[in-house]
Design a binder for this molecule. Structure first.
Ligand code: BGC
Length: 758
């Protein structure tokens, strides 16, 4: 018996290795079937079980003391993949158990949340999206793949492609903003960057489009909250970035925590099987979110753990991340004839296929090279790449009297604010693999520009957590009262030519579980800004934040405002280059900034309503105490130079399905500095079988111009660009009149009209 068993192991291992050598798809399928035939039911279910590592957690621990039994489960082949295991040493140790100590030696996949870099951090994704630079964004994901794969990671839980219109939701920092068209392109760029052209290379990682679906529309922006939206928003706004991810060949899709129209998405068969698999032909792996199978019980949908397992597997969720339910319950469901073993086989095949695609059968240790890890992590090339991305992510919101850029000499600067010399907050949230306090602070970045005298004063603390550091899951204690540092900050400002005030959110005020009911500048910081302004009105406000904030007072009073988000490792260097004009800011907002929290949601592609106004009488859709418009609209961002738009031309007034309209404008750099403009094209469908947005982004071009230089910027409009999910529940265009707008932001006012005809 024992001898037979050993032979079996030998044969299987031999077989697995030789199977990997082949890139032939059909052959791989044959091998997958053969492996499946050798697997016990327990081993198959094990492949569908994902455990968190033993060192860290990004969510609540599973129930039942199972954490302690993880090593045992590993050895029995009851684990298929792991998350939050980091670095070549730790991963090698666990991979060795899987390969050498389990019966079949099937390698594990190691996943991590590589959201904006691994050790070397690029800007948070919301910031990157403000660059509108798809190449740079792709490169940023490439850098993250290079670094994380060198540390043994094979799979990242990114990109998050959830659209959100609610800055109260902490996870807007992880997305690409409010617009579905731009977010779809960014999703594609990120996936390409992560996955490259061959997943089996040791320096590419499998990507995950998450969280399917509609997680970003939680009521009131409270994380994990109910989502209740109609078919129209789902199809026209939320789905396109997922469709674009599937088209880009994303390897995996993650479900969300939310329910959608009453059904938790992790157990929603219509969504996963009906839409993702059948309609969009997604063939990859679907993974639950952390514990989201189990969470169907408190949702009041699954009656117990058995029922949760049944609902999730029937819906098409292949991997259970940390619910610990598949591994405990699926077998019994099969024995009791509640589910068909074929469902398990289908999921396991997909998981094995992913392991083949990643090249793990060929060499389970191919990502695990100590030398490479040492050479690549934090290398100067990576730091330089994230610096390029960081500069392009900054948005200039205001610049009265050309206060910026700063002179490099003969300028006395007071640098003030709790974030001015902070090396931690600018790293942002979702940086589980990086080290604390590793960002270049603004002070450090500016000091490099010798010539200017800089007086630094903190002014106040932003947070009161011990050591000024917040952990991933820890509550933040905001300083709401202590202003004892204000006086020295005021003295510094009054003695200086200019005051640069660096304030905003702590790096952990956005991200998962970090919703805010008010999106103001937190704590005593706004008071600090006001006090500084009283003694020196030449103030440059540098904001660091993970979401749009209410900046109404600052916009009214402060002459220069730079939105720098959380820019990652190279924060201070990027900001210094922009402050001194070595990089002319070119970012444009990808989320509207409200005038106050009560305006939320405020977004550019809203519907018109039956009473759009403005009217003299009160009976139109508006607030009595604030305008309908945002403070800064989607697409908005200034430059140190100025651009003139003129001469909007279209070459035909009628379009049919076989034609293209050529559209052009003349763009001129009318200022004195070289600069980059993001030229934006919006289209309005005047009437539809369902109400249509007031305008929608349909194209953009990044144009670099020298001072005085002019260029014609061209776009093409064709019928597929006019399609939407209509009253017939079809994705199609409808005949009629359309308006085109081209300009520097979503208020673009150069306008033309055309008609779509038969
Ligand atoms: C998040 C996911 C993440 C997962 C693993 C969850 O709490 O919602 O986005 O990938 O944890 O860390």
């Amino acid at each position: 018996m024992k001898t037979n068993f050993l032979i079996l192991i030998f044969l299987v291992k031999f077989f697995l290795v030789s199977a990997q050598a082949s890139k032939n798809k059909d052959l791989v399928e044959v091998k997958i079937d053969s492996i499946l035939n050798l697997m016990t039911l327990d081993e198959k279910i094990g492949q569908m079980n994902q455990y968190n590592g033993f060192w860290d957690a990004t969510g609540p621990n599973p129930e039942g003391g199972e954490q302690l039994k993880k090593y045992e489960s590993l050895k029995k082949g009851l684990v298929g993949s792991m998350l939050n295991v980091r670095g070549v040493d730790e991963i090698s140790a666990i991979q060795k158990i899987a390969v050498n100590e389990t019966r079949l030696g099937i390698p594990l996949i190691f996943a991590n949340d590589v959201i904006h870099g691994y050790k070397t951090l690029s800007p948070i994704p919301l910031a990157e999206s403000a660059s509108w630079d798809l190449k740079e964004i792709e490169n940023s994901a490439r850098i993250a793949a290079l670094e994380s794969s060198a540390a043994g990671t094979n799979w990242t839980f990114a990109p998050m492609v959830d659209i959100s219109r609610d800055p109260r939701w902490g996870r807007v920092m992880e997305g690409a903003g409010e617009d579905t068209y731009l977010a779809s392109l960014i999703a594609k760029a990120r996936i390409k960057g992560f996955q490259g052209d061959d997943l089996s290379k040791h320096n590419t990682v499998a990507a995950t489009a998450k969280h399917f679906a509609a997680y970003g529309f939680s009521e009131s922006g409270r994380d994990y909250n109910t989502v209740d939206i109609g078919d129209n928003t789902l199809n026209n706004v939320i789905y396109p970035p997922f469709i674009s991810s599937v088209d880009a060949g994303v390897a995996t899709v993650m479900t969300g925590f939310n329910d959608l129209d009453g059904i938790p998405v992790t157990g929603n068969s219509e969504l996963i099987k009906g839409t993702l698999r059948n309609k969009w032909s997604f063939e990859g792996v679907v993974i639950s979110d952390w514990g989201s199978i189990r969470e169907m019980i408190p949702h009041g949908y699954a009656k117990n753990a058995d029922n949760a397992a049944e609902l999730a597997i029937k819906a098409g969720t292949d991997i259970d991340m940390e619910s610990n339910i598949y591994v405990r319950k699926l077998k019994k469901l099969i024995i009791d004839d509640i589910i068909d073993e074929k469902l398990i086989d289908d999921s396991v095949k997909k998981i094995l296929r992913l392991k083949f695609d990643l090249g793990l059968f060929e060499d389970p240790f191919k990502y695990l090279n100590k030398e490479r890890e040492k050479e690549i992590l934090n290398s100067p090339e990576l730091q330089n790449a994230v610096l390029q991305m960081a500069k392009k992510s900054i948005v200039l919101l205001k610049n009265s009297d050309n206060l910026l850029p700063l002179k490099k000499e003969d300028l006395k600067i007071a640098l003030i604010g709790p974030l001015a010399n902070d090396k931690n907050s600018p790293l942002g949230n979702w940086r589980t693999n990086s080290d604390n306090n590793t960002a270049v602070s603004v002070l450090e970045g500016m000091v490099k520009y010798i010539g200017n005298e800089i007086i630094y004063e903190k002014g106040a603390d932003l947070i009161l957590n011990p050591g000024g550091i917040v952990k991933f899951s820890e509550k933040i204690i905001i300083n709401e009262n202590d202003k004892s540092g204000f006086d020295s900050a005021k003295i510094a400002a009054s003695k200086s030519d200019i005051a640069i005030v660096v304030i905003g959110e702590d790096g952990f005020q956005s991200g998962e579980g970090r919703s805010r009911s008010k999106i103001d500048i937190p704590g005593v910081q706004l008071d600090l800004l006001k006090e500084i302004y009283k003694v020196n009105n030449k103030v440059v406000l540098i904001l660091m934040n993970g979401r749009p904030l209410d900046l109404s007072w600052a916009d009214e009073n402060i002459p220069a405002i730079l939105e720098t988000w959380q820019l990652g490792s190279q924060t201070g260097n990027a900001i210094a280059q922009v402050l001194y004009g070595d990089y002319n800011p070119s970012g444009k907002l990808t989320m509207s900034f409200p005038r106050n929290t009560g305006q939320i949601p405020v977004y550019y592609n809203h519907k018109s309503t039956g009473r759009p106004g403005p009217k003299k009488v009160v009976f139109w859709s508006h607030f009595n105490d604030v305008s309908n418009t945002p403070l800064y609209p989607f697409g908005y961002g200034l430059s140190y130079t100025s651009f003139k738009y003129s001469n909007l031309k279209i070459d035909k007034k009628f379009l049919n399905a076989n034609q293209v309209i050529n559209v052009s404008i003349l763009l001129e750099n009318t200022g004195e500095l070289k600069g980059r403009e993001v030229v934006q094209l919006y289209i309005k469908d005047k009437f539809g079988s369902i109400t249509r947005p007031v305008r929608e982004l349909k194209g953009f071009k990044l144009v670099d111009l020298e001072p005085g230089e002019k260029t014609q910027v061209n776009f093409k409009i064709s019928e597929p660009m006019l399609k939407f999910y209509n009253a017939e529940k079809n994705w199609e265009s409808e005949l009629g009149v359309f308006e085109i707008f081209i300009g520097p932001d979503s208020n673009a006012d150069l306008k033309e009209t055309f008609e779509l005809i038969q």
